[in-house]
Write a protein that binds this ligand. Structure first.
Ligand SMILES: Cc1ncc(COP(=O)(O)O)c(C=O)c1O
Length: 362
């Protein structure tokens, strides 16, 4: 990216994990431009063949070929629909989510988000039960005593600071939800669409969710979200609905993103470059902890990282994200190459030495 004075930046934040295929990708521009001159929008009362094309491509690339796709406009909306759908099909109204989880700011999604500051009184509900992350015993205890419609969990916790669910925890959740006739919703809004080095982060493990929610990387900045729904769940007319969701422009953006992910092998690239970054960062110092998968990386320091990030940005032209006070969060476009990773590593090491020296003085 370049600023108004022509200064060059390396964007390792990707507009909060949204820029998946890179800014201004020519194929993306061409697809959306052509679509706009054809037709930009028409209501969902008329069939839109682009939705079928997107669903088929997504099924093929993600491996969920037999899942159904419902399209909407954002992450919160995707989770809201996933929660509503789970409640419809199970006839139950209570949900389990986890500490440090984030699922969006709308009513049901925010009630299941572990942040009281963003839950307005109108969103408070006894239907939301937030349990310790990775705690299978606490989960089963609640499943035994309450009528739970579904469990919602992030593929990798993003806003909470890049925490990966234990393999055993996710696999057990998948078994327990079947045992207690609840559904498993995987929130892959941040961790999905190739970011983790798999199409969905949960695909590192042997788990098969009932519903998968997606958004951020799906449109490379064009607002689009969606849920993948297992084939056993049968919709009825009007069960879910939306005016703007799955419109022609959004589908053109979504198809362009999948074209590029496939053609440029971006999932594989995220795994290779991400692993390289994490290995190099971990080898450089044990003064911080490195966590993540693919190009979803958290670096947790023992001190607040405000000055560290400012030095990276203003003195080295590198933009990074955060989580809380002490964690640098890297969510670059999935097209990040090794040379760019090396530029970041060189700047990171330089800033780390400078900050360490200044801390030692005080
Ligand atoms: C895991 C997760 N779920 C849901 C959301 C909400 O998405 P949106 O901001 O598009 O509503 C976010 C956004 O950061 C997220 O990271």
């Amino acid at each position: 990216m370049w600023d108004s004075e022509g200064k060059k930046y390396l964007d390792l934040y990707g507009g909060h994990a949204v820029i998946s295929i890179g800014h201004s990708h020519p194929h993306y521009i061409e697809k959306i431009t052509n679509q706009l001159s054809d037709i930009g929008f028409y209501s969902n009362s008329i069939q839109n063949p682009l939705q079928t094309e997107l669903a088929e491509k997504l099924g093929e690339i993600s491996g969920y070929t037999d899942y159904q796709l419902f399209l909407c406009n954002s992450g919160a909306e995707a989770n809201e629909n996933a929660i509503k759908l789970a409640s419809f099909v199970t006839g139950k109204k209570k949900f389990i989510s986890y500490k440090k989880g984030f699922h969006g700011r709308t009513s049901a999604a925010v009630a299941l988000t572990d942040n009281p500051k963003i839950i307005a009184p109108v969103n408070e509900t006894e239907n939301a039960i937030i349990l310790p992350f990775n705690d299978i015993d606490a989960t089963e205890a609640v499943l035994k005593t309450e009528k739970i419609a579904a469990i919602i969990v992030e593929g990798i916790q993003g806003i909470g600071g890049i925490h990966i669910p234990d393999e055993e925890f996710l696999v057990e959740l998948s078994k327990l939800t079947r045992k207690y006739e609840a559904l498993l919703i995987l929130d892959e809004i941040q961790s999905g669409y190739g970011r983790s080095g798999r199409f969905f982060a949960h695909q590192y493990f042997d788990v098969q969710p009932d519903i998968i929610s997606m958004a951020k990387g799906m449109g490379n900045g064009f607002p689009i979200g969606g849920i993948l729904i297992k084939p056993e769940i049968k919709p009825w007319p009007g069960m879910l609905g939306t005016t703007f969701g799955g419109n022609h422009l959004a589908c053109a953006a979504g198809i362009a993103v999948l074209d590029v992910i496939q053609k440029e092998k971006l999932v594989q690239n995220a795994e290779m470059v991400g692993n390289y970054l994490m290995k190099e960062l971990a080898a450089f110092s044990s003064e911080y902890e490195v966590r993540g998968k693919g190009l979803m990386i958290g670096i947790e320091f023992k001190y607040p990282i405000g000055d560290f990030r400012k030095k990276l940005l203003y003195e080295n032209g590198i933009f990074t994200g955060v989580s809380g006070q002490n964690i640098i969060r890297l969510l670059p476009p999935l097209s990040l190459n090794f040379a760019q990773a090396d530029d970041f590593l060189a700047a990171f090491k330089k800033v780390f030495i400078e900050i360490s020296a200044s801390l030692a003085k005080h």
